[in-house]
Write a protein that binds this ligand. Structure first.
Ligand SMILES: [Zn+2]
Ligand SMILES: [Zn+2]
Length: 284
């Protein structure tokens, strides 16, 4: 599984870097980076986490640091009081069934929303004693082309749609990759895309879904920035106020000037624990 630097060149990169995140926006929410595509979004007392626990780096992605993982399991700040955990898809760099089973036991308040494929893997390793845990698990069963589904609980509005995994249609078409658009307290909307493929056809099929509400912050896999079609999807279909790229290989230089030219103008999450304020109004 290699998503490394592709030799795509574009002059439009700079035009897409809308918000710097430090301007005069009224910020009421924050995104916290875990590792790979792991992100926590906090607004007041409402907290959601995407793809937090996984065990496989495939030799090129970051794993959550040991202390961060321990804090998650112990429910220590800033990871206390998590309301929902989302899993984008069942790949080893996004989801570990055994770690999630432990996490469900360690923290008893959150709900888990995950593709049916991931829930099935969880059930496979669960014992009869774990049956009650599954009352907190919401499986998302979506085929490619299905209308988005809406789930609501505890101040969260969740809109889930299946977007094929990167590589479509040649490979990994069996992987249930889910893009979650989550609105917290009717105030802040974020979009986590998993390992979404960058073809426009996936988004062109349902423009109403994407236009339905403003996404304040999107977390596209960083290959959306490398691919002109991916940049176009962000700019014209998903239209978040700000995007922070995730799934960045560990080998990505810290110095933006050393990065591939087509992504130099984009914001990336690269350091576990770093944060971004989420802009909620489109000023300037
Ligand atoms: Zn994947
Ligand atoms: Zn991945």
């Amino acid at each position: 599984m290699r998503y490394f630097f592709s030799p795509l060149v574009s002059a439009f990169t700079i035009a897409l870097t809308a918000c710097s995140g430090e301007a005069s926006h009224t910020t009421t929410a924050t995104a916290h980076y875990l590792a790979n595509e792991g992100v926590m979004v906090v607004r007041g007392d409402t907290k959601v986490v995407f793809d937090p626990l996984f065990e496989n780096s495939y030799g090129q992605y970051q794993l959550p640091p040991v202390e961060m993982r321990a804090a998650l399991f112990a429910g220590l700040p800033p990871y206390d009081g998590v309301d929902a955990v989302f899993i984008s898809h069942y790949h080893g760099d996004h989801f570990s069934p055994s770690e999630m089973l432990q996490f469900l036991k360690a923290q008893t308040a959150f709900k888990l929303v995950a593709p049916a494929q991931a829930v099935e893997a969880l059930r496979k390793i669960a014992s009869a004693d774990d049956a009650k845990l599954f009352e907190r698990v919401v499986p998302v069963a979506l085929a490619y082309g299905d209308a988005p589904i809406v789930i609501e609980f505890g101040g969260l509005l969740i809109e889930a749609v299946r977007i094929p995994h990167s590589g479509w249609p040649a490979s990994r078409t069996d992987v249930q990759n889910i893009a979650f658009r989550v609105t917290l307290d009717n105030q802040v909307t974020v979009l986590h895309m998993g390992d979404a493929d960058t073809k426009d056809v996936h988004f062109d099929r349902d423009p109403e879904h994407w236009a339905k509400r403003q996404t304040h912050m999107a977390f596209p896999p960083y290959w959306y920035f490398l691919d002109p079609v991916g940049r176009d999807i962000l700019d014209h279909r998903l239209t978040p106020l700000h995007s922070v790229g995730v799934h960045v290989p560990e080998a990505m230089p810290d110095d933006p000037a050393q990065r591939p030219s087509e992504i130099q103008g984009f914001d990336l999450f690269t350091e576990p624990g770093e944060t971004r304020p989420i802009p909620t109004s489109d000023q300037e």
